[in-house]
Structure formats: structure tokens, C-alpha cells
Design a protein around this ligand. Sequence first.
Ligand SMILES: Cc1cc2nc3c(=O)[nH]c(=O)nc-3n(C[C@H](O)[C@H](O)[C@H](O)COP(=O)(O)O)c2cc1C
Length: 250
Amino acid sequence: MVNVGRVRAEYDDSQSLQASDILDFYFASDRRFGSLAAYYTDCTPLKRLDRQKTMKNPLSAEALRQLFLDARTYNSWQDRPVSDEILHQIHELTRMGPTSANCCPARFIFVKSAEAKARLLECVDKGNREKTETAPVTVIVAYDMEFYTKLDQLFPHTNARSWFEGKDEKILDTAYRNGTLQGAYLMMAARALGLDCGPMTGFKPQKVDEAFLGGTTFRSNFLVNLGYGSEEGLFERSPRFAFDEACQLI
Ligand SMILES: Cc1cc2nc3c(=O)[nH]c(=O)nc-3n(C[C@H](O)[C@H](O)[C@H](O)COP(=O)(O)O)c2cc1C
């Protein structure tokens, strides 16, 4: 357990703490004090981390392996639970990823209980059932079609809400694009915290919307199984495009 007072005192005096200490502090202080705003009004640890410029250094080879090079899409899972605390931590990181006008349209439903899991399995394609049933958590990555009503809170320096009101195509475009980006941030956050992911679109979105999102303005986008992956059932890594096949440098 992190000693928040100690970390705070050390951090006030020095710039030498590691990112992991600061993240521990960030999570611990958020849990203990409800909101960082109440505790550290103008100087959250993550802002301090920015100032420290440690985020500008390339990550270690170990980190790059964990996030990208060795990271795989998992189909089976170790019998190891995923705590609610780590789900909160995943969200803490995910929410920092950029979205247009900071619109943050993604909504995440962490399906963990046996009852909710059983309901979700009804909506999932046959080939995805076993991995979804055995995953400790499945996230429904959804987007809110009324995201723009929250822009007074999220983008307060201008009337961004008016950019969307009555513009259905722009609303869908923006919600889907940015909600999908946020789903990707969630997967990278989970990997950064040592978890593995299994994203899926093999499900009936309409059924998920009825079973989980009734009475909201949310729509399901894709699902992500979360847990600690087991190598069992892992396919050979499929090829990826070389730079020249996918990129132009002009
Ligand atoms: C949006 C999305 C939807 C996917 N849907 C499914 C799915 O329904 N069922 C499945 O078995 N795999 C699904 N996958 C897994 C992909 O096939 C897998 O991520 C890809 O082949 C790369 O595998 P790797 O991460 O192990 O290299 C999906 C992946 C993504 C990103």
C-alpha cells in the first residue's frame, strides 16, 4: 500500500521519483480523497510528471515489448482475477487520451458479474463465446450519441455544443471516430498495466444495446475481453505491412 504522505513529501522536495511511484500516488490519492482536484487543486501528480518531462523519454525496450512488440490478441485466460481497482486505473489512463474538442464520447461497461456475463453471452457470436465466458472481464466499448451535451463541462472555453446540435451525421461521425480511439486507448492502458486484451466485433450490436444500454443514448461499438492471457490457443502472429506498403513519406 502506498504511503501517500511519504510520496507527497518526497515529491515536493525532489524530482527523482519514478513514474510508477507517481502513478501509485495518483491512484491512491484519488481513491482516498475522492478527487484530486480537492487535494491538489492546481498541480496534479500527472501534471507534475509532465513538468518533469519523463514522459518525453523513449520507453524502455521492456515497455515497448509489453505494449506493442510482444502484445497479442488473447483467446484464453489464466485463472487469475482482475480487481475493480485495476479497472479504475485503466480508466484513469484511458481518459487522458486525446479526442476532438475533448469530447470523450466513449462509455465503458465493465461486464464482470456472472449474471451480466450470461446476458452478454446471448449477444456474442458462437466463435467468441468461450473466450468471453472465461475472460475475467469483458468491456462493452460504447459511444454516447449525446456526447455533445457534455461539452460545456469538457470544453468550457467555447460553445462547442453548438457545433453539433441538429447535425446528426457529424454527431455519429465524431462519436464513432473518437469512441473507437478511446477503445484503443483502453487496450493500450490495460497492456501498460500488465493485462492482456481480446477485442471483438463478432456480436450483435442491437442485442447488446437492448440488453445493456436501454434507456440511454449509448450505442455499442466493440467488445474487449480483459484478463491475464494464456498462451493456449494463441495463433501464430499474422504478418504486418512493411513501412512502404502502408506509408508514404512525402
Ligand atoms: C476491432 C476488432 C475486432 C475483432 N473481432 C474479433 C472477433 O470477433 N473474434 C476474434 O476471434 N478476433 C477478433 N479480433 C482479433 C483480431 O483478429 C486480432 O487482433 C488480429 O488478428 C491481430 O492479432 P494479434 O494482436 O495477436 O497480432 C478483433 C480485433 C479487433 C481490433
